[in-house]
Design a protein around this ligand. Structure first.
Ligand SMILES: [Zn+2]
Length: 55
């Protein structure tokens, strides 16, 4: 139940999140541990369903 809710929030967040560098769409990797930019390939770690954007 908790996991499903987290997943739902993540999917919703994903639609409004963009790469900080080039404003491109972000996608989950296979294990859903990171978001990957479709343009520059940058990876952003996802902790508890929240992406961490670090310079
Ligand atoms: Zn990018």
């Amino acid at each position: 139940m908790v996991l499903l809710m987290k997943e739902e929030i993540s999917e919703r967040m994903l639609k409004i999140l963009v790469c900080p560098s080039d404003k491109s769409k972000l996608e989950y990797n296979e294990k859903k541990t990171h978001l990957i930019c479709s343009t520059c390939g940058n990876k952003y770690e996802v902790k508890d369903g929240i992406p961490v954007f670090l310079d």
